[in-house]
Design a binder for this molecule. Structure first.
Ligand SMILES: NC(=O)c1ccc[n+]([C@@H]2O[C@H](COP(=O)([O-])OP(=O)(O)OC[C@H]3O[C@@H](n4cnc5c(N)ncnc54)[C@H](OP(=O)(O)O)[C@@H]3O)[C@@H](O)[C@H]2O)c1
Length: 266
């Protein structure tokens, strides 16, 4: 049986100012944990902290900026040893193939892969101190199931989340002997400011609150992989098991259809 979150825990959450990060923050706050929440929008973070000021602390940090992260390093242990880091901050920018621009790829990779990797500069030493005391230490990386199928326009986002998942799995191998768990979260579509911009159908969309409950429940159960909703992730898994030529034909047809819809919507 997992010991994660069984007792009051000290948790760092990145990207807590909206969407999934905010909902996970609210859920963990309601369960009595002590939280350090970060993001770039300080005002939104402060509003959340006002819900339980005695056990919440906010700090402004752009996860792509090393100097921001080193400035908040000590904050991670504001409430004692760090038990869990939930690296959730992320961005999604789509590519317009007719107007190819590699800065879209840069932006996705920089925020989702490099930014997450930089968070470890401060999270890993803190988690090590916890693990060395024989306490559960958990690194949670919020990836996505989007990269399991080659969706048109998602070249940058999908590549960043594929790289992030590989990064997490390799870290899991390296950190196993130190007793630090690395958990990968792979959501399908979740209703947040990030997906509110999408102009295409989002099958099996779940609310941010629903996503947060699934993530926190999975963490409590000691899961190393948390993917949801199952109807979506199983569909992607089944599609992904098809021969590459069949996958390519389905993906190309979806891309054509989506471009037609974009054109007809103006
Ligand atoms: N929504 C979905 O359908 C879905 C599906 C799969 C995976 N995900 C992943 O879930 C995570 C959260 O996304 P969301 O849907 O909740 O979107 P969201 O509401 O836009 O939240 C993104 C969060 O990341 C923070 N962030 C972005 N860039 C940052 C940076 N450079 N430095 C620090 N913080 C930064 C934002 O905070 P500030 O703006 O205050 O910095 C915000 O709090 C992302 O990693 C996303 O890829 C989402």
């Amino acid at each position: 049986m997992s010991q994660r979150l069984e007792i009051t825990s000290n948790i760092w959450i990145t990207g807590a100012s909206s969407g999934i990060g905010e909902a996970v923050t609210r859920e963990l706050m309601q369960q009595g944990h002590r939280l350090v929440i970060t993001g770039r929008r300080q005002e939104a973070l402060e509003q959340l902290c006002a819900l339980a000021p005695e056990r919440m602390k906010s700090a402004r940090a752009d996860t792509t900026r090393r100097e921001d992260l080193s400035a908040i390093g000590a904050d991670l242990e504001a409430f004692g040893n760090l038990d869990m880091a939930i690296l959730n901050a992320g961005a999604c920018e789509y590519l317009e193939i007719a107007d190819y621009d590699s800065s879209v790829i840069d932006h996705n990779i920089t925020t989702n892969v490099v930014g997450t990797a930089r968070c470890l500069d401060i999270a890993l030493p803190a988690l090590r101190r916890t693990a060395q005391q024989g306490r559960p230490a958990t690194l949670v990386i919020v990836s996505s199931s989007a990269w399991w199928f080659p969706f048109g326009r998602a070249e940058g986002y999908g590549a960043s989340k594929a790289a992030l998942t590989y990064f997490a799995h390799a870290l899991r191998a390296d950190l196993a002997s130190e007793g630090i768990d690395v958990v990968v979260v792979s959501p399908g579509f979740v209703k947040t400011p990030l997906t509110d911009r999408n102009d295409f159908p989002m099958p099996f969309l779940v609310s941010a609150e629903d996503a947060a409950t699934r993530i926190v429940t999975g963490l409590r159960k000691g899961r190393m992989e948390i993917a949801f909703p199952k109807r979506f992730t199983w569909t992607l898994k089944l599609l992904g098991a098809l021969p590459q030529g069949v996958i390519d034909r389905i993906a190309a047809s979806m891309s054509r259809q989506s471009r037609k819809e974009q054109e007809s919507n103006g």
